[in-house]
Each structure stands twice: as C-alpha cells, then as structure tokens.
Design a protein around this ligand. Structure first.
Ligand code: C2E
Ligand code: MG
Ligand code: MG
Length: 555
C-alpha cells in the first residue's frame, strides 16, 4: 500500500516509458512503412506499377493501430495519475485537518508542535502555544441544536483566523477546543500575550446565526517552550508545551471564563486539586454523598417558624462536610448540576412531607438549570413522584439568572407559578436586576442579600438600603425575606423597618433532616401519619452517622 502511494512510482507512471516508447516506435515505423507504401498507392491510383506490397500495407495499418493505442494509453495514464494525485491530496487533508472548520486536527497539531519545538533548539526561536476553549459551548448545542453549534464553531474559527499572523497554525483538537502554535522572536513575547487578549476580545462579540443571537466567549491559556526566557538550553518538549497551555487555559476557566492566563508552575497543583474535586463530585452523586441541610425561616414579628431553606452539603469521605460554594460551581461546569439538584430535591421533598403542611420548603436553583427548557416539567415530575404539594415549594433564583436570557426566564417563572410553585429572587442587591426587569418578572418574594443584613447594626448606610428595598417590595407588592440575621440587634432594627420573614445564624445553623424532625416534634409540627419511616425513605449515609452519634451521646 505504501509502495502504491510512493510519489516516485506515480512520477514514473506519469512518464510511462513503455507506452510512450510504443507510440514513438509506431510513429517511426509508420513513417518508414508509409514512405514505402504511399508512393506505390499513389502510382497504382494513376494506373502505374503493381500496386503496394500487401505485407507493407498490413505493417503500416498495424503501425497506425499501435500509434492510436500507444497515444490513448499514454493519455489515460496521465489522467489516472492526476486523479490519484488529487485523491491523495484530499486524503492527506482529511487526515490532517478537521472537516468542519478546516483547522489542523489533534494529530497534526502534535506533529506541527513537535517540528517547531525541534527547530527552535537550532534556531533559538521559541514556540508559543495558546490553548483555547469555548465557554459554555454545551449550552449553545443544548439550546439551539447541533447545526447552530457547528455554525458557531465555524464563526469562531473565522474570527480567530482574522487576528492570527500568517505563520501561526490554528488547530481544533476536539469539540469546542482550539489551539494556536507558532515560533516567535523572544522580543515579541509581550506582543503575543496581547495577541491572546485580542483573540479573547475578538471572539466575544455577538453572533447572529440561524436567526438566533448567540453571545459567546473563550477562555485561553498561553505557554512557551522556553523554560527560562533568554536561556536557550532550557527547552521543554512539545507534549509538555501542549500540557502547559492546557493548564493555563483551565486556570482561566476556573477564574470565571472569558479571559486568558499565562502559564505558571503553581497552576499544575491547582489543576490536580480541581480534577480530584471534579472526580469527587461525579462519584459523590453516584454514591449519594450529597445531602440536604435545612435553615429555619421565621416570621420576625411573631417568631413563628414558617419554613426551611434547603442548603446542600457534600459529605465527602476524604474532606468531610463540604460547602456548596465549592461544589456547586464545579457541578455546574462539568454539567452534572441538574442531576445533583434533582437528587437533593427528591430527598428534600421526602423529608418535608413529614413536616406540618403549613411549613414551606425553599430550594436554590442554579442559573444553568434555568436555561434548561424542560426544567419546570422535570420539577413537576419530581413533585408528583414524591407527592409534594407545589404550593409549599419556593424556588430561589439569583439575580445573575435574570441577565442570561430574560425572555426564557420570564416564561420559566410563569410556567412554575402556573404549577403553583412560588419563585423568589435570592441575594437581591448583589446583582444588577433593573427596576423594569423586576416589574416584568413576576417574583413572589425578594430575599435581601445577607451582606446588607448582617452588618445592619454597624453600617448606617445599609439600613437606608434595606429601607429602600422595603419600599421597592411594597411598591411591587412583593414580600421580603431578610437573610443573614446574626443577632438580636439586627432583628430589632429589621422589626422597625418593616414586616419580614427572616433567617440567619441567630435562629440556628443549617441542620440535618433528623435535627429538623426533632425540632418540629418539640413544636408539635411533625406529621406522625406521614412520616419518613412510613414513606419508606431510604436512610442516607448522613442519617446513619447522625443516628450513631446520637446513640453514642445517649449511651
Ligand atoms: P444562599 O441561598 O444565599 O444561602 C444562604 C447562605 O448563607 C447559606 O450558605 C447559609 O448557610 C448562609 N447563612 C445563613 N445565615 C447566615 C448568617 O447569619 N450569617 C452568615 N454569614 N451566613 C449565613 P451556604 O449553605 O454555604 O450556601 C451558599 C450558597 O450556595 C447559597 O446561598 C446558595 O446560593 C448556594 N446553594 C446552596 N445549596 C444549593 C443547592 O442545592 N443548589 C444550588 N444551585 N445552590 C445552592
Ligand atoms: Mg438561597
Ligand atoms: Mg441568599
């Protein structure tokens, strides 16, 4: 096979000596025989002579046939060779490039990087690599379909190409990843970092594809193969260079996406920890290591317990109890937030069924889930499966959701409210929800962010902010919850400012399901006819641990 594709053989075939030799010999013979036969033919036509020698006539005719055969064979061969050359060039292009964007593929990126790195040791010109990953590309595919996703990749390629110098190679090693590799002059290093920044800015412009507007951005990582700038014997190889650009790119992702980072050795350790966390979250979902904790919500005027906010905790076998501030962003990024949230909600509905029917349950929902067009259907299914009444459920969404896609958020809120579920705006005051957004989005409640509430007793201006939020809530007919109440003084100030539902460490830290049951039992608010034992709720690892601790304490 290799021999068949040997370009030398193709070249030989192109100049096929035998076919050409036959045609040439036939032409010479034709001239010779024709020279003898044709004068005799001419003379015999005028009635002179005996006519042409029959043997020579046959030889001449044979020559004519040979000339035609040789010429046709030669032409066919030349055409065949040119077809094969085109086919081989196409095959080579397919093997080296990505068919969608016509960028280099992973294999040829490695090859080009290896070649450049090998060369740089001789020339002293270092090699730079920029690792690029499109932010939230999965959402583009999920929301608008794969055809639009493909168009977005083509548009991103165009934008990158427009900004890159001619000697740079652009590759798409896979999915939504791109990479740029090029040799450069040491003195240009700053210019290259600026180029990386311009690539990020260039892609971060709205695209109009298939009649939809898509806002996209990229995270990039920059690395060079010269370990110590200016020291020409401190080169790293191609594999290490690709790895470093990847590490720097992941660093940008972790820092909030839509940015670029220059590789630093400490990033490697961070990435390892991050990978372990990602693996841990995936395994934790499988092993049901995530459990709901509950924070009390109290009517601050009557001091009556009116509900609980479910706050997720990860009972990691390696790290102990892990805060949602750590694992929720990871679950969002690796695309498992929906399954994690559904698992937690299922446990919470089961737990809350044994509470007094007057007690509500609030659940936090990630912006990623708000972008899922099936979210309200999925929620309804869960509610039905666990026979939990929708009117007892309150969904908390943060202000950042509101900016993502106002139209979609509006219809999601409407659909949830149609099911009887209440929707509140969490952490109000920390985002940028405008008054018009607040008016068009029909929230049932505003939750003032704890940063304003917990400092209430110290900072004069914060009471004015809360005062303003209270007026706003009254104007929009939205009740208000104050979170982060840590002491009696704050509570007193709040009581003066208006009527609130309150929550915070003053009322107690978030508790396990078992602790909540005990609390409600004391208050006479635990339903005995519908308790978790009768419902057959599977005891979680945490319940068992809690039961054990309790027995030890008693015993
Ligand atoms: P959040 O919804 O605003 O929840 C209130 C957070 O404030 C909780 O932190 C709670 O423990 C803390 N907190 C309550 N009272 C006080 C107080 O008096 N002082 C102070 N300093 N803090 C107080 P936590 O449990 O760490 O949750 C952090 C955030 O994680 C939550 O903020 C929520 O946005 C998110 N979260 C928690 N569970 C889930 C979940 O199941 N899904 C999603 N998507 N997000 C969740
Ligand atoms: Mg909340
Ligand atoms: Mg909050």
């Amino acid at each position: 096979m290799a021999e068949e594709n040997d370009p030398k053989r193709l070249g030989k075939a192109e100049r096929d000596i035998v076919a050409l030799g036959i045609a040439t010999a036939a032409i010479i013979l034709f001239v010779a025989t024709g020279g003898a036969v044709l004068p005799d033919v001419w003379r015999s036509l005028w009635g002179q002579g005996d006519g042409p020698n029959l043997f020579l006539v046959n030889a001449m005719l044979l020559n004519i046939a040979l000339v035609i055969f040789g010429w046709r064979r030669y032409n066919e061969l030349t055409a065949e060779v040119s077809d094969r050359r085109i086919a081989e060039a196409t095959a080579q292009k397919l093997a080296e490039t990505d068919p969608l964007t016509e960028c280099l593929n992973r294999r040829s990126l490695t090859q080009v990087t290896q070649d450049l790195c090998a060369l740089s040791q001789n020339t002293g010109r270092p090699v730079a690599m920029i690792g690029i990953d499109v932010d939230n590309f999965k959402q583009i595919n999920d929301m608008h379909g794969h055809a639009t996703g493909d168009m977005a990749l083509i548009e991103i390629t165009k934008r990158l190409r427009k900004l890159l110098p001619d000697h740079a190679s652009l590759a798409r090693p896979g999915g939504d990843e791109f990479a740029v590799v090029m040799a450069y002059d040491q003195r240009e290093e700053n210019a290259l970092e600026e180029l990386t920044m311009r690539l990020c800015q260039g892609v971060n412009q709205r695209m109009n594809l298939n009649a939809v507007s898509i806002d996209t951005s990229i995270s990039a990582g920059f690395a060079t193969n010269c370990e110590i700038p200016g020291l020409y014997d401190a080169w790293i190889d191609a594999e290490a260079l690709i790895h470093r650009a990847d590490i720097a790119m992941y660093h940008s992702k972790k820092k909030g996406k839509n940015r670029f980072s220059v590789f630093e050795p400490s990033m490697g350790a961070e990435l390892r920890i991050r990978n372990e966390l990602e693996y841990g979250v995936r395994r934790g979902i499988e092993q049901q290591e995530f459990v709901p904790y509950y924070e009390q919500q109290v009517d601050i005027d009557s001091d009556e317990l009116v509900g609980f906010e479910m706050l997720a905790r990860w009972l990691s076998p390696e790290m102990g109890i892990v805060s949602p501030e750590i694992f929720i962003p990871i679950a969002e990024e690796i695309g498992v937030i929906s399954s994690l949230s559904e698992q937690l909600m299922a446990q919470a509905f089961q737990d809350a069924r044994s509470w007094d029917p007057s007690i509500t349950l609030s659940v936090n929902i990630s912006p990623v889930q708000m972008r899922d067009p099936w979210f309200s259907q999925k929620l309804l299914k869960l509610l039905v499966e666990h026979q939990f009444p929708p009117h007892r459920l309150e969904i908390e969404i943060t202000e950042s959701c509101v900016h993502d896609n106002l139209g979609m958020v509006r219809s999601m809120i409407a659909s949830l409210r149609n099911q009887g579920v209440k929707v509140s705006l969490d952490d109000f005051g920390t985002g940028y929800a405008s008054l018009s957004q607040l008016r068009t989005l029909e929230f049932d409640r505003l939750k003032i962010d704890r940063s304003f509430v917990s400092e209430l007793s110290n900072v004069e201006s914060d009471s004015k902010i809360i005062d303003a939020i209270v007026s706003l809530g009254n104007g929009l007919d939205m009740p208000i919850t104050a979170e982060g109440i840590e002491d009696e003084r704050v509570l007193d100030i709040l009581r003066e400012l208006g009527h609130f539902k309150g929550q915070g460490f003053h009322y107690g830290r978030p508790e396990t399901s078992a602790e909540v049951s005990k609390r409600l039992e004391k208050l006479g608010k635990l339903c005995t006819d519908d308790n978790s034992a009768k419902l057959g709720r599977r005891k979680t690892v945490h319940d068992l641990k809690f039961d054990g601790e309790e027995k030890r304490a008693k015993g």
